[in-house]
Design a protein around this ligand. Structure first.
Ligand SMILES: [Zn+2]
Length: 330
């Protein structure tokens, strides 16, 4: 048996892995997060193909961060000890990481419509106290008109049902505001007047499912040689307003959910070291979440973690509401 066959045998025997129809993906209970309590469901996937040596993993449990290239450490964690298999995987890890980072650095140069409807620019002004002029459209990567955006970029981006739906709605005079991530691969849309579809996430290119799209993030006076601030906030308007209000040098990242603080911290703290971390706490999020973050990743903090909340309102995502900033350190 070759090392790959031995690895498959290990997954099937010790982890009850089931191969999918395409003979490339194995499904099993996640050894990293423990998976869901339902014994009949599995959310963890490992790719092992007979045709190539590209081995990756991905867990679909929302709070789990296990994804990316399969490593020797993963297999040791799963109880594998055969040195031949471990060596084989270890040799391939480096090549496979290169493939993933190449996919992940795909960058689209998109055209952003700069003639927003009054309803859209009024909405942006209300939330941020900033005009939605050409500079701010570029600075915050705002998509003010989905139909025009698609027409201007259709040779570069993937058409999806979601874009089609929003275009139809726009023709019925519904209004949306969208934001694209730094690599231009992902569009986050927010409805201004239709309460049924409040948020929509639209991939603009199809990445393989084990590669995550980069989140919405902003840089401000970014200089990797100097001390930087790393802001994390749940909503896009939270991070835009944090940049406008505090104006600290560094980066500002949208996490999307409360669990997103963990995955985005994990990713960004890998790239940047000399960082003062700041989290923007929503009223409905308990401080214990950030205490947990600090204790799990304590070794990655150079300073205390600063927690910012708005005592006068829910968060800082709407500057038309009162602002009373409270700062605490963990
Ligand atoms: Zn998991």
């Amino acid at each position: 048996m070759n090392p790959k066959e031995k690895l498959v045998e290990f997954l099937e025997d010790k982890h009850n892995a089931r191969v999918q129809g395409n003979n490339k993906w194995y499904k099993l209970k996640c050894p990293f997060c423990g998976d869901s309590p339902n014994p009949n469901t599995t959310h963890f996937n490992i790719r092992i193909s007979p045709e190539d040596n590209y081995m990756v993993k991905k867990c679909f449990q929302p709070h789990c961060t296990a994804s990316g290239v399969l490593t020797q450490q993963d297999l040791i964690h799963m109880g594998l000890s055969d040195p031949e298999v471990l060596n084989f995987v270890s040799k391939k890890t480096k090549e496979n990481k290169k493939i993933v980072s190449k996919i992940n650095s795909t960058k689209l140069n998109l055209t952003l419509p700069d003639n927003p409807h009054k309803i859209v620019s009024d909405y942006f002004l209300k939330r941020t106290n900033e005009k939605l002029n050409k500079e701010n459209i570029k600075r915050f990567r705002v998509v003010s008109n989905i139909t025009k955006f698609y027409e201007d970029n259709k040779d570069k981006i993937e058409y999806s049902k979601r874009i089609g739906m929003l275009r139809n709605k726009e023709s019925e005079k519904y209004h949306y505001i969208g934001f694209i991530n730094e690599t231009g691969t992902f569009l986050h849309v927010r409805s201004i007047d239709d309460r049924k579809i409040k948020h929509m996430k639209i991939p603009l290119v199809n990445l393989p499912f084990y590669v995550n799209h980069q989140p919405y993030s902003l840089k401000n006076n970014f200089d990797i040689k100097k001390k930087m601030y790393g802001y994390l906030g749940e909503g896009i308007f939270d991070v835009i307003n944090a940049l406008l209000y505090f104006n600290d040098p560094g980066f500002y990242v949208q996490t999307g959910t409360a669990n997103g603080f963990f995955s985005q911290f994990k990713t960004f703290s890998k790239y940047y070291y000399n960082v003062q971390w700041v989290v923007l706490k929503d009223e409905d999020v308990n401080i214990s979440l950030f205490k947990k973050l600090k204790s799990i990743y304590d070794y990655r903090f150079k300073d205390d973690l600063i927690v910012i909340s708005n005592e006068a309102s829910k968060d800082i995502g709407d500057f038309s509401k009162p602002i009373k900033i409270k700062k605490i350190k963990i």
